[in-house]
Design a protein around this ligand. Structure first.
Ligand code: NDP
Length: 331
Protein backbone atom coordinates (compact mmCIF):
# COMPACT_ATOMS: atom_id res chain seq x y z
CA UNK A 1 0.00 0.00 0.00
CA UNK A 2 0.98 3.62 -0.42
CA UNK A 3 0.25 6.36 2.07
CA UNK A 4 1.05 10.03 2.59
CA UNK A 5 2.77 11.09 5.80
CA UNK A 6 3.89 14.45 7.13
CA UNK A 7 7.50 15.12 6.11
CA UNK A 8 7.80 18.63 7.51
CA UNK A 9 5.44 20.71 9.67
CA UNK A 10 3.48 23.18 7.56
CA UNK A 11 4.45 26.82 7.59
CA UNK A 12 1.83 29.00 5.91
CA UNK A 13 0.50 27.47 2.70
CA UNK A 14 1.62 23.78 2.62
CA UNK A 15 4.35 22.88 0.07
CA UNK A 16 4.70 19.65 -1.87
CA UNK A 17 7.95 18.94 0.02
CA UNK A 18 5.94 18.81 3.29
CA UNK A 19 4.37 15.52 2.14
CA UNK A 20 6.06 12.13 1.77
CA UNK A 21 4.66 9.14 -0.06
CA UNK A 22 5.71 5.90 1.64
CA UNK A 23 5.21 2.21 0.81
CA UNK A 24 3.88 -0.22 3.36
CA UNK A 25 3.42 -3.99 3.28
CA UNK A 26 0.05 -5.09 4.54
CA UNK A 27 -1.85 -8.35 5.00
CA UNK A 28 -4.69 -9.48 2.78
CA UNK A 29 -8.16 -8.31 4.00
CA UNK A 30 -8.22 -5.09 2.09
CA UNK A 31 -10.25 -2.09 1.23
CA UNK A 32 -9.16 -0.26 -1.85
CA UNK A 33 -9.58 3.50 -2.13
CA UNK A 34 -11.60 4.57 -5.14
CA UNK A 35 -12.35 8.19 -4.28
CA UNK A 36 -10.53 10.26 -1.70
CA UNK A 37 -11.20 13.67 -0.28
CA UNK A 38 -9.17 16.66 0.80
CA UNK A 39 -10.91 19.10 3.16
CA UNK A 40 -9.86 22.38 4.76
CA UNK A 41 -9.89 20.98 8.32
CA UNK A 42 -6.84 18.86 7.41
CA UNK A 43 -4.74 22.02 7.47
CA UNK A 44 -5.80 22.71 11.05
CA UNK A 45 -5.40 19.15 12.27
CA UNK A 46 -1.93 18.81 10.79
CA UNK A 47 -0.88 22.02 12.51
CA UNK A 48 -2.21 21.04 15.91
CA UNK A 49 -1.73 17.33 16.37
CA UNK A 50 0.54 15.72 13.78
CA UNK A 51 4.19 14.69 14.15
CA UNK A 52 6.64 13.99 11.35
CA UNK A 53 5.92 10.55 9.88
CA UNK A 54 2.24 10.55 10.87
CA UNK A 55 -0.20 9.58 8.14
CA UNK A 56 -2.68 12.23 7.00
CA UNK A 57 -6.25 11.53 8.09
CA UNK A 58 -9.24 11.76 5.80
CA UNK A 59 -12.24 10.03 4.32
CA UNK A 60 -12.59 7.89 1.25
CA UNK A 61 -15.04 5.80 -0.70
CA UNK A 62 -13.44 2.36 -0.84
CA UNK A 63 -14.32 -1.05 -2.20
CA UNK A 64 -13.90 -4.11 0.00
CA UNK A 65 -11.56 -6.54 -1.74
CA UNK A 66 -11.45 -9.18 0.99
CA UNK A 67 -13.65 -9.51 4.04
CA UNK A 68 -14.32 -11.61 7.10
CA UNK A 69 -17.07 -9.25 8.24
CA UNK A 70 -20.69 -9.87 7.16
CA UNK A 71 -21.59 -6.24 7.66
CA UNK A 72 -19.13 -5.14 4.95
CA UNK A 73 -18.95 -8.02 2.45
CA UNK A 74 -16.47 -8.44 -0.38
CA UNK A 75 -17.28 -6.23 -3.32
CA UNK A 76 -19.33 -3.77 -1.27
CA UNK A 77 -18.49 -0.08 -1.06
CA UNK A 78 -17.89 1.78 2.17
CA UNK A 79 -17.22 5.31 3.30
CA UNK A 80 -14.33 5.10 5.75
CA UNK A 81 -12.02 7.37 7.62
CA UNK A 82 -8.90 5.52 6.52
CA UNK A 83 -6.63 8.46 5.71
CA UNK A 84 -4.53 9.39 2.70
CA UNK A 85 -3.76 5.82 1.61
CA UNK A 86 -4.66 3.61 -1.30
CA UNK A 87 -5.07 0.23 0.46
CA UNK A 88 -6.34 -0.31 3.97
CA UNK A 89 -6.80 -3.15 6.43
CA UNK A 90 -9.65 -2.16 8.70
CA UNK A 91 -11.29 -4.01 11.57
CA UNK A 92 -14.71 -2.52 12.31
CA UNK A 93 -15.38 -2.67 16.05
CA UNK A 94 -18.30 -5.05 16.57
CA UNK A 95 -21.27 -2.97 17.70
CA UNK A 96 -19.09 0.16 17.53
CA UNK A 97 -20.12 3.51 16.04
CA UNK A 98 -20.70 3.64 12.29
CA UNK A 99 -19.98 7.27 11.51
CA UNK A 100 -18.10 9.30 8.89
CA UNK A 101 -15.16 9.18 11.27
CA UNK A 102 -15.08 5.36 11.39
CA UNK A 103 -16.77 3.31 8.67
CA UNK A 104 -20.22 3.42 7.07
CA UNK A 105 -21.97 1.73 4.21
CA UNK A 106 -22.20 3.81 1.07
CA UNK A 107 -25.51 5.73 1.17
CA UNK A 108 -28.26 4.74 -1.24
CA UNK A 109 -27.01 6.76 -4.20
CA UNK A 110 -30.00 6.17 -6.55
CA UNK A 111 -27.74 6.48 -9.57
CA UNK A 112 -25.75 9.52 -8.42
CA UNK A 113 -21.94 9.30 -8.49
CA UNK A 114 -20.33 7.43 -5.58
CA UNK A 115 -17.99 10.35 -4.98
CA UNK A 116 -20.98 12.40 -3.78
CA UNK A 117 -20.72 10.38 -0.54
CA UNK A 118 -17.67 12.53 0.24
CA UNK A 119 -19.40 15.78 -0.62
CA UNK A 120 -23.07 16.72 -0.92
CA UNK A 121 -24.18 13.31 0.42
CA UNK A 122 -21.56 13.13 3.15
CA UNK A 123 -19.72 15.35 5.58
CA UNK A 124 -19.99 18.67 3.69
CA UNK A 125 -23.67 17.94 2.94
CA UNK A 126 -24.50 17.47 6.61
CA UNK A 127 -22.46 20.56 7.46
CA UNK A 128 -24.44 22.73 5.05
CA UNK A 129 -27.84 21.27 5.92
CA UNK A 130 -27.64 21.39 9.71
CA UNK A 131 -25.31 24.37 9.90
CA UNK A 132 -27.91 26.41 8.06
CA UNK A 133 -31.23 24.95 9.18
CA UNK A 134 -30.47 24.10 12.82
CA UNK A 135 -28.07 26.91 13.70
CA UNK A 136 -29.50 29.86 11.72
CA UNK A 137 -33.17 28.78 11.90
CA UNK A 138 -33.92 30.77 8.75
CA UNK A 139 -37.44 31.91 7.86
CA UNK A 140 -38.75 32.45 4.34
CA UNK A 141 -38.16 35.98 3.14
CA UNK A 142 -35.05 36.52 5.26
CA UNK A 143 -31.66 37.44 3.82
CA UNK A 144 -28.78 34.97 4.03
CA UNK A 145 -25.12 35.75 3.34
CA UNK A 146 -22.71 32.87 2.60
CA UNK A 147 -18.91 33.14 2.38
CA UNK A 148 -16.73 30.63 0.45
CA UNK A 149 -20.02 30.22 -1.40
CA UNK A 150 -18.68 28.31 -4.41
CA UNK A 151 -17.11 25.58 -2.30
CA UNK A 152 -18.47 22.21 -1.22
CA UNK A 153 -20.36 23.49 1.81
CA UNK A 154 -21.16 27.04 0.67
CA UNK A 155 -22.69 26.04 -2.67
CA UNK A 156 -25.12 23.75 -0.83
CA UNK A 157 -25.92 26.30 1.87
CA UNK A 158 -27.01 28.85 -0.72
CA UNK A 159 -29.13 26.36 -2.64
CA UNK A 160 -30.81 25.05 0.51
CA UNK A 161 -31.43 28.68 1.41
CA UNK A 162 -33.21 29.18 -1.92
CA UNK A 163 -35.32 26.04 -1.34
CA UNK A 164 -36.36 27.55 2.00
CA UNK A 165 -37.38 30.86 0.39
CA UNK A 166 -34.48 33.07 1.46
CA UNK A 167 -32.78 35.88 -0.40
CA UNK A 168 -29.27 34.48 -0.84
CA UNK A 169 -26.11 36.54 -1.34
CA UNK A 170 -22.89 34.61 -1.95
CA UNK A 171 -19.24 35.64 -1.91
CA UNK A 172 -16.47 33.80 -3.72
CA UNK A 173 -12.95 34.47 -4.94
CA UNK A 174 -13.19 34.74 -8.73
CA UNK A 175 -15.48 35.73 -11.57
CA UNK A 176 -16.18 32.22 -12.84
CA UNK A 177 -17.36 31.16 -9.39
CA UNK A 178 -19.52 34.26 -9.05
CA UNK A 179 -21.18 33.60 -12.40
CA UNK A 180 -21.80 29.95 -11.50
CA UNK A 181 -23.55 30.98 -8.27
CA UNK A 182 -26.05 33.30 -9.92
CA UNK A 183 -26.43 31.82 -13.39
CA UNK A 184 -26.59 28.15 -12.47
CA UNK A 185 -27.25 27.75 -8.77
CA UNK A 186 -29.91 30.43 -8.47
CA UNK A 187 -28.26 32.65 -5.85
CA UNK A 188 -29.96 36.05 -5.94
CA UNK A 189 -26.65 37.87 -5.91
CA UNK A 190 -22.98 36.96 -5.82
CA UNK A 191 -19.80 38.99 -5.56
CA UNK A 192 -16.06 38.53 -5.78
CA UNK A 193 -14.94 39.39 -2.26
CA UNK A 194 -11.46 40.21 -3.56
CA UNK A 195 -12.83 43.03 -5.69
CA UNK A 196 -15.70 44.62 -3.77
CA UNK A 197 -15.95 46.75 -0.68
CA UNK A 198 -18.01 44.53 1.61
CA UNK A 199 -19.66 47.28 3.60
CA UNK A 200 -20.76 49.22 0.51
CA UNK A 201 -21.97 46.02 -1.13
CA UNK A 202 -24.16 45.11 1.84
CA UNK A 203 -25.55 48.64 2.11
CA UNK A 204 -26.42 48.72 -1.58
CA UNK A 205 -27.63 45.17 -2.20
CA UNK A 206 -29.05 44.19 1.18
CA UNK A 207 -30.86 47.38 2.22
CA UNK A 208 -33.26 45.20 4.21
CA UNK A 209 -30.17 44.04 6.14
CA UNK A 210 -28.88 40.54 6.78
CA UNK A 211 -30.68 38.04 9.00
CA UNK A 212 -28.44 34.98 8.71
CA UNK A 213 -24.74 34.61 8.00
CA UNK A 214 -23.14 31.25 7.21
CA UNK A 215 -19.51 31.92 8.06
CA UNK A 216 -16.94 29.74 6.32
CA UNK A 217 -14.02 32.14 6.42
CA UNK A 218 -13.75 34.04 9.74
CA UNK A 219 -11.56 37.13 10.09
CA UNK A 220 -12.59 40.54 8.70
CA UNK A 221 -15.59 39.32 6.76
CA UNK A 222 -17.63 38.76 9.90
CA UNK A 223 -16.97 42.31 11.07
CA UNK A 224 -18.63 43.76 7.96
CA UNK A 225 -21.52 41.31 8.10
CA UNK A 226 -22.25 42.10 11.74
CA UNK A 227 -22.35 45.84 10.93
CA UNK A 228 -25.07 45.14 8.40
CA UNK A 229 -27.21 42.64 10.30
CA UNK A 230 -30.72 43.02 11.59
CA UNK A 231 -31.60 42.78 15.23
CA UNK A 232 -31.71 39.11 16.27
CA UNK A 233 -29.38 38.15 13.41
CA UNK A 234 -27.94 34.63 13.57
CA UNK A 235 -24.44 33.57 12.58
CA UNK A 236 -23.55 29.94 11.93
CA UNK A 237 -19.80 29.77 12.60
CA UNK A 238 -18.78 26.89 10.38
CA UNK A 239 -15.18 27.57 9.40
CA UNK A 240 -12.40 30.14 9.34
CA UNK A 241 -10.41 29.18 6.25
CA UNK A 242 -8.95 32.65 5.77
CA UNK A 243 -6.98 32.03 8.96
CA UNK A 244 -5.87 28.40 8.53
CA UNK A 245 -2.54 29.21 6.90
CA UNK A 246 -1.75 31.98 9.35
CA UNK A 247 0.12 29.98 11.95
CA UNK A 248 0.23 31.71 15.27
CA UNK A 249 3.16 31.59 17.63
CA UNK A 250 2.52 29.98 20.99
CA UNK A 251 0.53 32.35 23.15
CA UNK A 252 -0.23 34.73 20.29
CA UNK A 253 -3.90 35.75 20.21
CA UNK A 254 -5.99 35.54 17.04
CA UNK A 255 -6.96 39.16 16.52
CA UNK A 256 -10.40 38.95 14.99
CA UNK A 257 -12.13 42.27 14.42
CA UNK A 258 -15.46 42.02 16.16
CA UNK A 259 -17.78 44.83 17.14
CA UNK A 260 -19.00 43.69 20.56
CA UNK A 261 -21.32 46.63 21.36
CA UNK A 262 -23.04 46.47 17.97
CA UNK A 263 -23.41 42.71 18.29
CA UNK A 264 -24.82 42.96 21.79
CA UNK A 265 -27.15 45.92 21.29
CA UNK A 266 -28.63 44.20 18.28
CA UNK A 267 -29.10 40.99 20.25
CA UNK A 268 -27.38 38.74 17.73
CA UNK A 269 -26.39 35.14 18.14
CA UNK A 270 -23.22 33.39 16.98
CA UNK A 271 -22.98 29.63 17.34
CA UNK A 272 -20.09 27.38 16.39
CA UNK A 273 -20.66 23.75 15.55
CA UNK A 274 -18.92 20.54 14.63
CA UNK A 275 -20.79 18.45 12.08
CA UNK A 276 -20.28 15.30 14.14
CA UNK A 277 -23.10 16.69 16.32
CA UNK A 278 -25.47 15.19 13.74
CA UNK A 279 -23.82 11.77 13.39
CA UNK A 280 -26.94 10.17 14.91
CA UNK A 281 -29.20 11.47 12.10
CA UNK A 282 -26.59 11.50 9.30
CA UNK A 283 -28.73 9.96 6.60
CA UNK A 284 -31.67 12.36 7.08
CA UNK A 285 -29.66 15.17 5.46
CA UNK A 286 -27.93 12.80 3.02
CA UNK A 287 -31.24 11.44 1.72
CA UNK A 288 -32.98 14.80 1.56
CA UNK A 289 -30.12 16.40 -0.34
CA UNK A 290 -30.02 13.42 -2.70
CA UNK A 291 -33.74 13.79 -3.38
CA UNK A 292 -33.34 17.54 -3.98
CA UNK A 293 -30.61 16.73 -6.51
CA UNK A 294 -32.81 14.17 -8.23
CA UNK A 295 -35.66 16.71 -8.35
CA UNK A 296 -33.31 19.27 -9.95
CA UNK A 297 -33.49 21.63 -6.97
CA UNK A 298 -29.80 21.30 -6.14
CA UNK A 299 -26.92 21.28 -8.60
CA UNK A 300 -23.60 19.74 -7.76
CA UNK A 301 -20.15 20.35 -9.13
CA UNK A 302 -16.91 18.59 -8.34
CA UNK A 303 -13.30 19.48 -9.03
CA UNK A 304 -11.71 16.10 -9.70
CA UNK A 305 -7.97 15.49 -9.43
CA UNK A 306 -6.77 12.31 -11.11
CA UNK A 307 -4.33 10.00 -9.32
CA UNK A 308 -3.70 9.20 -5.67
CA UNK A 309 -0.16 10.58 -5.96
CA UNK A 310 -1.60 14.03 -6.65
CA UNK A 311 -3.41 14.39 -3.30
CA UNK A 312 -0.97 16.94 -1.84
CA UNK A 313 -1.31 19.11 -4.94
CA UNK A 314 -5.12 18.92 -4.73
CA UNK A 315 -4.99 19.88 -1.04
CA UNK A 316 -2.75 22.89 -1.69
CA UNK A 317 -5.01 24.02 -4.53
CA UNK A 318 -8.08 23.70 -2.29
CA UNK A 319 -6.48 26.08 0.21
CA UNK A 320 -5.69 28.44 -2.69
CA UNK A 321 -9.31 28.41 -3.85
CA UNK A 322 -8.74 26.68 -7.18
CA UNK A 323 -11.66 24.28 -6.63
CA UNK A 324 -15.23 24.93 -7.67
CA UNK A 325 -17.62 22.78 -5.65
CA UNK A 326 -16.19 19.74 -3.87
CA UNK A 327 -12.52 18.90 -4.38
CA UNK A 328 -12.06 15.15 -4.65
CA UNK A 329 -9.39 12.76 -5.86
CA UNK A 330 -9.93 9.79 -8.15
CA UNK A 331 -7.45 7.15 -7.01
P1 NDP B 1 -14.41 24.64 0.04
O1 NDP B 1 -14.82 23.67 -1.01
O2 NDP B 1 -15.25 25.85 0.29
O3 NDP B 1 -12.93 25.09 -0.31
C1 NDP B 1 -12.31 26.09 0.37
C2 NDP B 1 -12.60 27.46 -0.28
O4 NDP B 1 -12.29 28.46 0.66
C3 NDP B 1 -11.71 27.76 -1.47
O5 NDP B 1 -12.22 27.24 -2.67
C4 NDP B 1 -11.66 29.28 -1.47
O6 NDP B 1 -12.65 29.80 -2.33
C5 NDP B 1 -12.03 29.65 -0.03
N1 NDP B 1 -10.90 30.36 0.58
C6 NDP B 1 -9.61 29.97 0.65
N2 NDP B 1 -8.88 30.91 1.27
C7 NDP B 1 -9.72 31.90 1.58
C8 NDP B 1 -9.56 33.16 2.22
N3 NDP B 1 -8.37 33.58 2.67
N4 NDP B 1 -10.64 33.95 2.37
C9 NDP B 1 -11.85 33.54 1.94
N5 NDP B 1 -12.07 32.36 1.31
C10 NDP B 1 -11.00 31.56 1.14
O7 NDP B 1 -14.25 23.88 1.41
P2 NDP B 1 -15.43 23.22 2.25
O8 NDP B 1 -16.72 23.55 1.65
O9 NDP B 1 -15.09 21.81 2.49
O10 NDP B 1 -15.29 23.97 3.67
C11 NDP B 1 -15.78 25.29 3.81
C12 NDP B 1 -15.55 25.72 5.27
O11 NDP B 1 -16.35 24.90 6.13
C13 NDP B 1 -14.11 25.58 5.74
O12 NDP B 1 -13.79 26.67 6.55
C14 NDP B 1 -14.15 24.31 6.57
O13 NDP B 1 -13.15 24.25 7.54
C15 NDP B 1 -15.54 24.40 7.18
N6 NDP B 1 -16.11 23.13 7.61
C16 NDP B 1 -16.57 23.07 8.90
C17 NDP B 1 -17.18 21.94 9.37
C18 NDP B 1 -17.71 21.92 10.77
O14 NDP B 1 -18.07 20.86 11.26
N7 NDP B 1 -17.79 23.08 11.43
C19 NDP B 1 -17.30 20.74 8.54
C20 NDP B 1 -16.84 20.92 7.16
C21 NDP B 1 -16.26 22.09 6.73
P3 NDP B 1 -12.59 31.31 -2.88
O15 NDP B 1 -12.12 31.25 -4.28
O16 NDP B 1 -14.01 31.75 -2.76
O17 NDP B 1 -11.66 32.09 -2.00
Amino acid sequence: ARKFVLAKPFEGLPKLSDFQLVEETISPELQEGEWLTVDPYMRLRSASSMSIGDQFGGGQVARVIKSRCDEFPEGSQVVGYFGWRDLTVYKPVAGGPRTYQTIQKLPEMKGLPDSYALGCMGMPGNTAYHGLLDICNPKAGETLVVSAAAGAVGSLVGQIGKIKGLKVIGFAGDEEKVRWLTEELGFDLAFNYKKVNLDETFKKYAPQKIDCYFDNVGDEFIYHVVQNMNEFGRISQCGSISMYNKDRKKGELPLVPFDYPYFRFNQMKLEGFNVRRWSHCWYDAVNEIRDWILEGKIKVRESVTDGFENMPQAFIELLQGKNIGKQIIKA
